[in-house]
Design a protein around this ligand. Structure first.
Ligand SMILES: [Ca+2]
Length: 81
C-alpha cells in the first residue's frame, strides 16, 4: 500500500514538472510581454512606469526594453520576485 502511494507520487511529480516549467517560462522569459502580462509579473510597477519601460510605445515589453528597465532600476532583479 505504502509502495503504491510512493509510485503514484513519483508519477505525479514527473507529470507536473513540464507544466511548472512552462508556467515559469511564460511568466518571466517569453518576450515581448504584453502590458497585461508585464503588470501581472510586476504588480508594483505603475502604468506611468510601464510607459517609461515601453520606450517604442508599441504596448509590449521586448527583451531589450526589459533589460534597459532593469539597468535603470525601474524593475528589480529576479531575486526580488
Ligand atoms: Ca515596446
Amino acid at each position: 500500500m505504502k509502495k503504491q502511494f510512493a509510485i503514484a507520487a513519483s508519477v505525479m511529480a514527473l507529470a507536473a514538472t513540464p507544466l511548472l516549467a512552462d508556467m515559469h517560462e511564460d511568466a518571466e522569459h517569453e518576450f515581448p510581454l504584453t502590458m497585461d502580462e508585464f503588470m501581472e509579473a510586476y504588480p508594483e510597477v505603475a502604468p506611468e512606469q510601464f510607459m517609461l519601460i515601453d520606450t517604442d510605445g508599441d504596448g509590449q515589453v521586448s527583451e531589450e526594453e526589459y533589460d534597459s528597465a532593469r539597468e535603470a532600476g525601474i524593475i528589480g532583479g529576479e531575486d526580488d520576485i
